[in-house]
Ligand binder design. Structure first.
Ligand code: NIG
Ligand code: FE
Length: 394
């Protein structure tokens, strides 16, 4: 078989590789990288770069791993801008707003859901996201949850069954009956399309024992566990995640010292979602407290029409640096390698030799510009599995 096509990207002012000790943040200056087929074949000083079939001159720009957005709710119809405006006028965020989207999603034909999903996925790619997770949770019937997950599975392997998002209105008088459905027939219909199971563990959604029961059923069906934990108030979510061996506890906005300990002492990734705090005008989670305790922190968008309607990882990085006491290096690591860990992937989130060639060419000389120039479109080009997938080479 012929050698796969190779591309040398040289003239890189800063190449973020994330291949430091134990996969920590690392970067090279005056660097080059070779893509061969769909993978990274070589990284090192530009002066020592090997020959390749094609050459791209980065012209003093930075190159980063593609972002891994490990938390998004993209299967929905409709929008809730009026609810956002009301929050900005002083109304608090309530989990019940989810039901507005449930009604619109149930009424939408597959073609509408598919088009919305693909539009958001393209929006993410253009902003440097090369891997994204996608949850159900706005169907809340067996056929609506299953069709949403089947649509998501068309475009990402990181599909999450979130039947336990809230109790839908037709089960308002029988929440235990809904839980039985979620753990029984709905799980059976959804598991073939999904890799993960998630539960919204919060007042107004599901309590600790209910959440644990949902995750136990999901893991018995072969799904990996993730949890919406401690988003709106302190609660049992993080402990439930730790006990279930979840890959990730997401939100982590209101944590006790025991929660921080649990995140530091287990492999559960603390996934922080600053878009939700922005969109709900809540206090931001304290990433510094988690990092100093030794927890692994990821950043993700939580893209959804209610609490956080952003698809932009650069926006989340800027918020994390400005508001959550993360350094620019920590925030970029959390948005790349951190997201990969939250998805239990070792082929993405870094640019070590053998990694999937998912990378971003920044219209800037260093990663710090993602926070230093907030709101500015800095993603010049994006390669996904070795192919130029968005933007163009300057
Ligand atoms: O992650 N917390 C639960 N689910 C979403 C919000 C969904 C919505 O408001 O529609 C979240 O913030
Ligand atoms: Fe969420």
């Amino acid at each position: 078989m012929a050698d796969p096509h190779s591309t040398l990207i040289t003239g890189i002012s800063e190449l973020v590789t994330n291949d430091g000790e134990r996969g920590g943040y690392a970067a090279l200056t005056d660097a080059a990288l070779v893509i061969s087929g769909d993978g990274v074949a070589w990284t090192g000083p530009a002066a020592r770069a090997p020959a390749a079939d094609a050459v791209v001159d980065a012209g003093g720009r930075a190159v980063l791993p593609g972002f891994a957005d490990s938390h998004a709710h993209l299967i929905f119809a409709g929008e809730r801008s009026a609810e956002f405006a009301a929050r900005m006028a002083g109304r608090p965020y309530r989990a019940g707003g989810i039901l507005v989207t449930v009604e619109a999603t149930r009424a939408a034909p597959d073609a509408v859901l598919r088009a919305n999903l693909r539009r958001l996925a393209a929006e993410m790619l253009g902003q440097g996201t090369t891997t994204f997770e996608c949850k159900s949770g706005y169907g809340l019937t067996v056929p609506d949850e299953a069709r949403g997950l089947a649509l998501a599975a068309e475009i990402t392997p990181e599909v999450t069954y979130l039947g336990a998002h809230v109790v839908p209105p037709e089960f308002a008088a029988d929440p235990a009956g809904y839980l039985d459905l979620v753990r029984g027939p709905m799980l059976a219909a959804c598991a073939p399309h999904a890799r993960w199971i998630d539960v919204f563990c919060e007042d107004g959604a599901f309590g600790g024992a209910e959440a644990a029961a949902v995750l136990a059923a999901g893991t018995a069906a072969g799904l990996g566990a993730r949890v919406h934990a401690n988003q709106l108030a302190p609660g049992p979510g993080v402990q439930v995640a730790a006990q279930a061996g979840a890959a990730s506890a997401d939100h982590c906005t209101f944590l006790t010292d025991a929660d921080v300990d649990a995140l530091a002492c287990t492999p559960v990734v603390a996934t922080l979602l600053p878009g939700a705090e922005f969109g709900c005008r809540q206090p931001f989670p304290d990433a510094r407290r988690l990092l100093d305790a030794g927890a692994t922190v990821a950043l993700a968008t939580d893209c959804n029409p209610g609490s956080s309607f952003t698809s932009s990882m650069p926006f989340c990085i800027a918020l994390a640096v400005r508001e959550m006491r993360m350094t620019t290096e920590e925030a970029v690591w959390a948005a790349t390698a951190g997201g990969a860990r939250a998805l239990r992937r070792d082929d993405i989130g870094h640019l070590g030799v053998g990694a999937r060639a998912d990378l971003i060419l920044l219209e800037a000389p260093s990663h710090a510009y993602l926070a230093y120039r907030p709101g500015v479109p800095l993603i010049a080009a994006v390669w996904q599995a070795g192919r130029l997938a968005a933007g163009s080479i300057p």
